[in-house]
Design a protein around this ligand. Structure first.
Ligand SMILES: Cc1cc2nc3c(=O)[nH]c(=O)nc-3n(C[C@H](O)[C@H](O)[C@H](O)COP(=O)(O)O)c2cc1C
Length: 191
């Protein structure tokens, strides 16, 4: 599986979570790529969707060539950040060319608050479903992110790391079942 990871800024709680996910994925022999051009993506403009900037083309190409996507997002004002919504809008346009159709996508959210950015996760999942993604529900965020220290990894206690591992496994299984379905379909056609 080629896993695309997305977060909004370096040095953040959510970036630290993604770094742990990427290390876990490598141990599980999955390839990962982090989209690193978030701050180069312009504001979405429908006049320019047929002639997008190189950062937008890079985003669309990355999503297209990934088997699954994992987004780690903060919560801003009780919702997903506008920057993230902007990325999703670019990747889901023009009409009929959404890069997300049937793509397994999971959303996690770390926050210092007790809710763990649950509303950001829910609003992101809702937007992704509207854009045709096969959302793999992660069920919960990572609350009290500022208090989650691990003496070995520096961040996140073992139970949280276990949850992240299970999300990777589920994304991977989703991808593998898609592959099996495609193989079965091709076999039926050939028969
Ligand atoms: C503009 C803004 C709005 C925020 N609104 C929320 C919020 O609604 N809920 C929440 O849990 N944290 C909120 N926070 C605090 C963030 O959870 C905190 O800044 C966190 O570090 C962001 O995640 P990051 O470190 O991955 O960027 C907000 C922060 C900013 C900058």
């Amino acid at each position: 599986m080629e896993l695309l990871t997305i977060c909004l800024r370096d040095g953040s709680f959510n970036s630290r979570v993604l770094t742990i996910v990427e290390e876990l994925a490598r141990k599980l022999r999955q390839r990962t790529h982090r989209f690193d051009k978030v701050d180069q993506v312009p504001l979405f403009n429908e006049d320019r969707e047929l002639t997008p900037s190189s950062a937008v083309t890079s985003l669309r190409t990355r999503v297209k060539h990934s088997d699954a996507v994992l987004i780690a997002t903060p919560e801003y004002r009780g919702s997903m950040p506008g920057v993230l919504k902007n990325l999703l809008d670019w990747a889901a346009r023009p009409v009929g060319e959404s890069m997300f159709i049937s793509l397994p996508v999971a959303v996690i959210s770390a926050s210092p608050s007790e809710h763990g950015g649950a509303r950001a996760r829910q609003s992101t999942e809702f937007a992704l479903e509207r854009k045709g993604a096969a959302v793999v529900s992660t069920g919960r965020g990572l609350p009290h992110a500022h208090r989650r220290e691990n003496k070995d990894t520096g961040f996140l206690e073992d139970s949280a790391v276990g949850q992240l591992r299970s999300i990777i496994t589920r994304l991977s299984a989703n991808h593998e079942s898609d592959v099996s379905a495609q193989v079965a379909e091709l076999t039926d056609e050939a028969a």
